[in-house]
Design a protein around this ligand. Sequence first.
Ligand code: ATP
Length: 206
Amino acid sequence: MLRVGLTGGIGSGKSTIARLLVERGAVVVDADKLAREVLEPGTEGLAEVVKAFGEDVLHEDGTLDRAALAAKAFATEEARQTLNGITHPRIGALTGQRMAEAPEDAVVVHDIPLLVERDMAAVYHLVIVVFADSDTRLGRLVGSRGMDRQDAEKRIAAQATDEQRRAVADVWLDNSGEVPDVTALWDRLVAFEKNVRTQSYASGAP
Ligand code: ATP
């Protein structure tokens, strides 16, 4: 199994690239999706959130009111840490579980927007950074997603910089223009996976 970290700024095109890699045969583990899963109705995670932040972070039907939670959790650093203390370990455990479920010869792509911010580069065999310049990203977020311009600017500014991402990138995919062809990248990932598997057999490592 090859563990690949896929990251990039908001609106850079991570999901677009992840989709292309899935078409080739990759198994994708989507960090944003798992973050939602750990707070679904009936989960221990959601129960903990309600205990910490109160019943008014729920909609009437018992699902999480994300805007209400965000208003409370991002009000102070302590509240943010409380929320992270509930969600991060659960997301981590679920990520490990999903990776372990993948076939032993899989190329597993972890789509994780905050790879750099969380200092996660070392857990992957290879890190792919999807890049698009900030004007292009703003255009996509405001244009195709209908996000408020100021909100989009704020979110871009709150994330890691391109330089920080460049420092951990093994592969730098420029998605500022046409969506790049991933054929050569996919072949490289498959070859790398084979190499990792053969070497771990040779060394007796699990
Ligand atoms: P987020 O961080 O918000 O999850 P993302 O990095 O996963 O975003 P995508 O959802 O893949 O980004 O792309 C953002 C938007 O830009 C989408 O509407 C997508 O269709 C569009 N897009 C992606 N790549 C390109 C491209 N090369 N040219 C034009 N539009 C693109």
